[in-house]
Write a protein that binds this ligand. Structure first.
Ligand SMILES: Cc1cc2nc3c(=O)[nH]c(=O)nc-3n(C[C@H](O)[C@H](O)[C@H](O)COP(=O)(O)OP(=O)(O)OC[C@H]3O[C@@H](n4cnc5c(N)ncnc54)[C@H](O)[C@@H]3O)c2cc1C
Length: 467
């Protein structure tokens, strides 16, 4: 069987590209190495508890907003989206005070002016930035330096950055303004949770691919792409099955993509070296807590809690100290009490490096102890916002960058793929094209991450294929 297009990896980017091609009449096949489709979007069960991997909330789904049009055409607006609290969807707790982010750019700027009246001029400039489409300027500008060029109050800069803690890598030296603005502006427009789990998105995309004549196969790890006469012709899987197509799109991390072309004559060394030399963002430590029945009322916002008035460069490292967390609450299937909450904090590879040789199901005791230590620190910090938290926990599970490396195959368990660096334009946007003419890439490493970023990137890949 020869397909028009084979998509390697069923993360959000891979499924979106597959659906767009299938709707365009192409016969598509998605090959996913895990038993379940969805990559970072997949959800899983522990007993009766439903848990999510990389979906907590999404921005820009309001009328005429940035993500809405794309989600409408992908059939995702029919899902049960629930708008978060408009007057406070992000509750930020710093030692020096509590702040709320509200939805709507004008309302947001107004609220910030009430907290920081002495920064009125800077906040007007910030409003223009949030509405700006000067992408070239934003790509070349350092986010940290820019914020310091328009504001003098350090606390305001921290308040404007806090909700980005688990949405991007808040790294002073490298973060481009482009990544910063695209990672937060859609959420200020409007913010939404899904009533249900990430699999609702995955299943909806998969069923539409199938309805449009495509196929999605799981348990199919692509181990090699075979090149003949200057093109990729076949994908070979770990179970020795082979699939032929005219076009190939990889949703795996770009370094994994080039490793699939071991024998390539076309994959130029300069491209290979460029991809391999690029750094990756830090990972995320996620603590998932099942709570005792009727012990915590659902809250329709995120809580961000910090040990100091600082949210930049504070990922958990070798010392395992936790300095900031995001708490996300799951919408109850019925009633007013939630069943579980997730606590997230950024974590570097250094924190788990001693156990990098270990595999899922065979982690050593010291690794489990480290996870327990970090979990306890997260719970202590979360207790600032939910005072009786420790007493209401029924069960807990946690994951680290090692988990992400072993499930999704991302180098160093990176949460958002390639690190974008304002000083190095080649890293800010990576082309979906490769030196092999019928091999394309998609996914979060290319341009932007998150549901919105990956969806924009999928459109970017489709345009390259259709050119
Ligand atoms: C903890 C966490 C929380 C997050 N929360 C949010 C949030 O609240 N809102 C938001 O907008 N974004 C969030 N994100 C980001 C968002 O989930 C990701 O940006 C997005 O899902 C990435 O999609 P992708 O298609 O680029 O890649 P991935 O999801 O990484 O998919 C890649 C797929 O390729 C497969 N694969 C790899 N190698 C092979 C191979 N050789 N053969 C076949 N298949 C292969 C993998 O198994 C995987 O399924 C979060 C991310 C994390 C880590």
């Amino acid at each position: 069987m020869k397909y028009d297009a084979i998509i390697i990896g069923s993360g959000l980017g891979g499924l979106e590209v597959a659906l767009m091609l299938a709707k365009d009449g192409k016969r598509v096949l998605v090959l996913e190495k895990q038993r379940q489709a969805g990559g970072c979007m997949q959800s899983f069960r522990r007993g009766t508890t439903h848990l999510d991997t990389g979906l907590h909330y999404v921005g820009g789904l309001g009328e005429r907003e940035s993500l809405r049009i794309a989600f409408e055409s992908l059939g995702l607006m029919q899902l049960p989206w629930q708008r978060m609290d408009e007057d406070c969807f992000e509750e930020i707790i710093f030692p020096s005070g509590k702040f709320c982010w509200c939805q709507g750019i004008d309302a947001f700027i107004h609220k910030m002016k009430c907290h920081f009246p002495h920064e009125e001029d800077g906040l007007e400039q910030y409003r223009r930035l949030l509405l700006s489409d000067d992408e070239e300027f934003m790509q070349k500008t350092n986010a940290w330096d820019y914020l310091h060029s328009i504001f003098t109050d350090e606390l305001l800069i921290q308040v404007l950055s806090a909700p980005a803690t688990c949405k991007m890598e808040l790294r002073k030296e490298s973060l481009p303004l482009f990544t910063f603005v695209h990672g937060i502006a859609p959420f200020i427009e409007s913010s939404w949770r899904l009533k249900g789990d990430g699999n609702l998105i995955v299943n909806r995309l998969v069923s539409q691919i199938v309805d449009n004549g495509g196929e999605v196969l799981t348990g199919k790890e692509v181990t090699e792409l075979i090149e003949e006469d200057g093109r990729v012709t076949r994908a070979v899987c770990a179970d020795s099955s082979e699939y032929e197509a005219s076009v190939f799109v990889s949703d795996t991390h770009p370094v994994q993509t080039i490793h699939l072309l071991r024998q390539s004559r076309l994959m130029k060394n300069i491209f290979r070296r460029r991809m391999e030399a690029q750094d990756n963002t830090a990972g995320i430590f996620t603590l998932q807590l099942k709570l005792k029945p009727r012990s915590l009322k659902y809250f329709n916002h995120n809580k961000l809690v910090f040990a100091h008035d600082n949210c930049w460069d504070m990922a958990v490292g070798e010392s395992h100290s936790v300095e900031g967390i995001m708490i996300s609450c799951r919408i109850p299937s019925s009633g007013e009490y939630t069943d579980n909450i997730d606590i997230l904090t950024p974590m570097t590879w250094d924190a788990v490096m001693p156990w990098q040789e270990s595999k899922i199901g065979h982690r050593p005791k010291a690794y489990k102890q480290m996870k327990q230590e970090v979990a306890q620190a997260c719970i202590r910090l979360a207790s600032t916002a939910i005072p009786n938290l420790e007493e209401i926990i029924q069960k807990e599970w946690s994951s680290t960058p090692l988990t992400y490396r072993d499930y999704n195959g991302t180098p160093c368990g990176s949460a958002f793929g390639f690190r974008k660096d304002y000083a190095s334009p080649l890293t800010t946007i990576v082309s979906p094209r490769t030196p092999v003419p019928n091999l394309y890439m998609t996914g979060q490493s290319l341009m932007l991450h998150g549901l919105q970023g990956v969806t924009m990137t999928a459109g970017f890949t489709i345009r390259a294929i259709q050119d």
